[in-house]
Design a protein around this ligand. Structure first.
Ligand code: ACO
Length: 343
């Protein structure tokens, strides 16, 4: 007997938020030995949005969540899960998602954080799909407030990052139409765990007066060229594997929405996949690398710009600390409602 229940899960609505304080490259060049030319040539970044004194991972996440739920017309009280993918949590514990849950009134939800590097949002999309497939409405937010967690005197990392959040409402496929989550592929390789990250302030290197005096408490450790090389290889792999699982050929992809790490990485991934660069959405110039938030913000902007149409196949790919990498294929059944408070 044929079931009338549609299998799978869809993104039914999206939201995005970035802080209103903008720091451009010239502003950074006033305190760091750097320049707009150097930063733009190496990364494609011109400016980044930075949280104000009152803004935190919970408040920035909540703004994106509110935009998403308002666009969907979906009551927060009907959510079963609130997931926040972030590497810059509100605090050690409880989870950032608990504060978001309280803020939006998702009284029936379980609130959890995922620490998955810059690919945490895409990997979490796989979890959200599994939860939604069994009938649970899920709100997934990717958020970073990197500005409060990094060393602004280190020119090798300070120029790269920005703050923001993207949110998606993931529902069972028989409850809504939207961006059908056709496939999610996610991997990690912990052998490279020490290459990129923020190793101070945890249990391995607890905060001490000496640590703070040495300026270590905010330090981001990164081997830039090693990260660059692996980001290109792994994002290409994630793209190919996600497409293989979805049964979609590269030629049938209408838009690639990559993690906005930097323009040179995005260009290199496009070239490696033989995808025309015009099919690769980029807003890294405006927002810099917003980690787990970048794909949500990019998808929302692509929709706002009218680039996504019914029938379009979307490919998202990401790479980050861990190392971790992930790709997802989304099929546009209908263009989903989005709410956004961006530039
Ligand atoms: N301004 C001016 N000079 C700088 C700056 C800066 N902001 N930062 C570094 N330099 C200097 C270095 O000190 C070095 O000087 P030296 O030759 O006198 O020693 C010189 O520039 C070259 O440094 P490299 O690290 O070799 O520069 P590179 O061309 O590799 O570019 C970059 C650095 C942009 C970080 C590049 O390696 C990169 O994009 N890596 C990927 C990193 C990334 O995206 N990380 C984000 C997190 S992971 C993710 O999201 C995928």
């Amino acid at each position: 007997m044929e079931s009338d229940r549609r299998a799978g899960a869809v993104i039914a609505a999206m939201g995005a938020y970035v802080p209103k304080q903008v720091v451009d490259n010239n502003a950074l060049a006033r305190t760091l030995d750097t320049s707009d030319e150097w930063i733009y040539a190496r990364t494609g970044i011109r400016r980044r949005h930075v949280a104000g004194p009152e803004e935190t991972t919970a408040t920035v996440s909540q703004r994106a969540a509110e935009e998403c739920l308002r666009a969907a017309g979906f009551p927060a009280a009907d959510l079963r899960w609130v997931l926040v993918s972030t590497d810059t949590p509100e605090m050690w514990n409880p989870a950032s998602a608990c504060f978001v849950q309280a803020g939006i009134g998702a009284t029936q939800a379980v609130a959890l954080d995922v620490t998955g590097g810059c690919s945490g949002f895409v990997a979490s999309l796989g979890m959200a799909r599994a939860l939604a497939e069994r009938g649970d409405p899920v709100l997934l937010i990717g958020c970073e407030v990197l500005s409060k967690a990094m060393d602004w005197s280190d020119r090798s990392t300070a120029v790269l990052f920005g703050d923001g959040a993207g949110a998606v409402l993931v529902l069972p496929a028989d409850a809504a139409r939207g961006l059908a989550i056709e496939a999610v592929y996610a991997r990690t390789d912990g052998r490279d765990a020490d290459i990129l990250g923020k190793p101070y302030g945890g249990t391995r290197n607890p905060i001490t007066p000496e640590l703070v005096a040495g300026g270590h408490h905010h330090r981001i450790v990164m081997n830039g060229q090693y990260v660059f090389k692996h980001a290109v290889l792994r994002m290409a792999e994630a793209a190919e594997e996600a497409l293989r699982i979805a049964g979609v050929g590269l030629e049938a992809v209408d838009w690639v929405i990559p993690h906005q790490a930097n323009q040179r990485i995005m260009d290199a991934v496009a070239d490696r996949l033989h995808v025309p660069r015009e099919k690769v959405f980029s807003n890294v110039e405006e927002y810099a690398n917003t980690g787990s938030a970048s794909i949500g913000i990019a998808l929302v902007e692509a929709i706002q710009q009218g680039l996504i149409r019914p029938g379009h196949n979307l490919l998202t790919v990401a790479f980050g600390s861990g190392f971790s990498w992930a790709g997802a294929v989304l099929r546009t059944e209908v263009v989903v409602p989005v709410g956004a408070d961006l530039v």
